[in-house]
Each structure stands twice: as structure tokens, then as C-alpha cells.
Design a protein around this ligand. Sequence first.
Ligand SMILES: Cc1cc2nc3c(=O)[nH]c(=O)nc-3n(C[C@H](O)[C@H](O)[C@H](O)COP(=O)(O)O)c2cc1C
Length: 218
Amino acid sequence: MVDLYEAMSTLRAVRRLKPDPVPAEVLGRVLQAAAWAPTGGNVQPFRIVAVKQPALKQGLGDLYHAEWHEYSKGHIAAMPGMREAAREQMAKMLKAGDYLASHMAETPVILVFCFNPDYMAITDSGLGRPSIVGGGSVYTAVQNVMLACRAEGLGCVLTTLLCHKEQAVKELLDIPADWYTCAHVPIGYPVLKGHGPISRRPLDKLVYSDQWAQPFTE
Ligand SMILES: Cc1cc2nc3c(=O)[nH]c(=O)nc-3n(C[C@H](O)[C@H](O)[C@H](O)COP(=O)(O)O)c2cc1C
């Protein structure tokens, strides 16, 4: 099995996924990883709808395609002003994103992560800025799922564009009124190499020592 640090450092977005089914025991292990995630007060205020039925995946795929089209338009418009390396990277991402948008319905499983804010102690609500703490009780599970996929040789990508269409997704999947959606993760075996090198800011741009902007020392 892949080493944990190797898994984390190669966990890139994999948007080209084969339609081949994911064996039930493999999917079971991936979902168990979600259940192990820490959540505020250990309440586990998330649920996952594992969508496998073709008609439901088609419904999600159609909704996703429209959202992706809108989203990518903005990036395409910004590309001429980008530096070459960034432009090339963006072009690659958009191509892979186009593939996912056109093939979402064919991926074997789409995990829809739902949450119920009534069960969350959202300690940063009412601060006059976007609240983010509640997400910490769901995205830990999302990350566990993605690492488990990496360990299983499955590709996946965390997507959120479908949140724009939350009501339609809720109706499609029969999600109750007091539950909401925050991540949609298509899973499948990769068409190409799958996971691999990632490009991230170096540590000294992300971590400070003691006070803001003080260079980090180990
Ligand atoms: C909160 C969040 C939302 C994202 N939403 C989408 C999405 O809707 N569609 C998509 O194709 N990728 C989405 N991504 C994937 C990111 O674009 C991707 O992780 C990032 O560009 C880094 O790519 P890499 O891991 O391949 O280096 C999302 C990632 C995160 C963390």
C-alpha cells in the first residue's frame, strides 16, 4: 500500500475516470475512511449519498455540465493575460475539466456529501465574515475518502460547482429539507496515469513562526 506521505503528495485532481465499476469491497473501504473522520463534538453531522443509478448520475451530470460551462468561460476569458506557464496549466485543467463535465454520468460512483447545520457547533458564525468552521466537520471526511481512493488506485476529484444547483440536487436525490450539500466526488479508475506530482506553494509561503509573516523556523 502506498505510504501516507506519498499518497498526500500525489493526491492530485483526477478528472478522467473510466466507467469500470468499483468493486463493492473497495467502495466499502473508501466509505469507511469517511466514517473515521474527526468532526466537531464527534457528532458526525454528515451523510453521503453514493450515487450509482445511471439515471441519477445522468441528472447530476447534466446539472454539472451546465455549471462547468459557466465556470470555465471565466477562466478562458482570463487566459490571454496569464503568464505562459500558468496559461498552460490552466489549459490542461480546463481540458480535464471538460472531460469530467462530459463524462460525469459515466463515472461508476458519485459521492454526494450532505450536512445538517443543526447538528454543528459553528463557532465562527455571526462574525460578519463567511463562516467556515462547519465545513470542518464534513471536509475531513471528504479528504479521508480521497486519500483512501489514492490508496486503492482510484481517481477522484472534490467538486463543489453543483452547490449552485443545490435544490435540484436535493430533489433528484430525495435529500430532506434540513440537509444540505457541500461536495460531490466522482470516483473511478483513472483513464490515464491518475495521481501524480502536484504543484503547491512552498512551506515558507504558508507557515509562519510565532507571529504573522515571521519566517518559519523548524
Ligand atoms: C473546495 C474545492 C472545490 C473544488 N471544486 C471543483 C469543481 O467544482 N470542479 C473541479 O473540476 N475541480 C474542483 N476542485 C479541484 C481543484 O480545482 C483542484 O484540487 C486544484 O486545482 C488543485 O489541483 P491538483 O490537485 O490537480 O494540483 C475543487 C477543490 C476544492 C478543494
